[in-house]
Write a protein that binds this ligand. Structure first.
Ligand SMILES: [Zn+2]
Length: 346
């Protein structure tokens, strides 16, 4: 059950779910929204456990009403909890898109599973992870069951961006928002979780992960190397100071970065954080994020021109917008490369 160690932060979302459970006012359809990797699916599974845990049902109603079990967390130890965690409880169905479209047949199977009599004494739960991948037909099929859900069923949808779902689906769900986990909490958790990671590196990785535990873990074994490689490739940590990298170096960096879509966003975050640190280092060195490279930052901060830094921030923002609009990746990155090389728009 290692994945449930991953629930950190989310006090607001968990508190809200606990209160809804305690008041018996949990809706039959829920929508968990928040960034990718923030922990929505993990909490969805935890809620499925809470709705079915054998020990929770043994608690007298009076105890629950008097708040003697205020957390309403599942025990995670009973047979039901364990089989839900392992993904093989007959009353809990999880549809995970894994980046592919969720088709109407999958939704029909899910509806059929929800319509059958429950195996245990708890609730039937269906989780649709990354519901933005529902095809139009699949979403319409789902609408019907959201309108008239069978008794004792809870359907949980997760999505990173609510506007990517049909408004008719959103309006039928109780929304629970998941914010990012605060950097200090996330870095402490990461340092405990990853052997050999020192506190300063954990802090850098937590900042790079932007509050997302799953992302922080993914970065743990390669994040520091990725950062150092990216800074060297852009000349942002070179002895001559930021803004003096040659044009050919920047064009090569743009081409290489454009060709590796999976690390592109991470590299933009790395550059953004580094430039931010160059500003912060001159004012309050204790607040730099790349604290394991504080000496380099202090040395370079004095060499970086403020207008250059502002130009770069502006360009980073534009690149992110262009990439979201599916503009030509390499062209967008080349323009950023020019700015990082100190070539101004004029
Ligand atoms: Zn249990």
């Amino acid at each position: 059950m290692a994945e449930f160690d991953s629930i950190i932060g989310h006090e607001v979302a968990l508190g809200l779910l606990g209160t809804l459970l305690a008041n018996d006012s949990l809706a039959h359809a829920l929508l968990f929204c928040g960034s990718e990797g923030v922990g929505k699916a993990t909490v969805a599974k935890l809620l499925a456990m809470a709705l079915n845990c054998e020990r929770r049902h043994l608690l007298p109603d009076k105890w629950r009403k008097e708040g003697l079990f205020p957390e309403h967390l599942p025990c995670k130890k009973c047979r039901t909890c364990r089989s839900i965690a392992a993904g093989n409880h007959p009353d809990v169905t999880v549809l995970d898109a894994e980046g592919k479209p969720i088709k109407i047949d999958q939704v029909r199977q899910l509806i059929a599973a929800l319509s059958m009599k429950a195996f245990g004494a708890g609730n039937k739960v269906a989780v649709i992870d990354s519901a933005q991948f529902l095809t139009h037909e699949a979403a319409n099929a789902l609408l019907k069951i959201l309108e008239e859900p069978p008794r004792d069923t809870v359907i949980i949808l997760t999505a990173s961006k609510v506007h990517e779902l049909l408004p008719t689906i959103v309006s039928r769900c109780q929304q629970i928002r998941f914010g990012g986990v605060e950097v200090t909490t996330l870095s402490g958790w990461l340092a405990r979780k990853v052997p050999g990671l020192d506190d300063r590196q954990a802090k850098v990785l937590a900042a790079m992960a932007d509050g997302r535990p799953a992302k922080a873990l993914e970065l743990a074994d390669r994040g520091i190397a990725l950062r150092d490689g990216c800074l060297a490739a852009t000349g942002l940590d070179s002895g001559t100071g930021p803004g003096h990298a040659g044009l050919s170096l920047m064009l090569a960096w743009a081409a290489e970065t454009a060709a590796n879509a999976e690390t592109l966003s991470d590299k933009l975050s790395i550059i953004e954080t580094w430039l931010r640190d160059l500003v912060v280092a001159t004012i309050e060195p204790g607040l730099v994020i790349n604290s394991d490279r504080k000496e380099d930052l202090l040395r370079l901060a004095g060499q970086a021109d403020v207008n250059y830094l502002l130009d770069c921030f502006d360009s980073l923002l534009k690149v992110r917008r262009q990439l979201e609009a599916h503009a030509n990746r390499r062209l967008a990155l080349e323009v950023l490369g020019f700015r990082l090389a100190g070539i101004h728009a004029g």
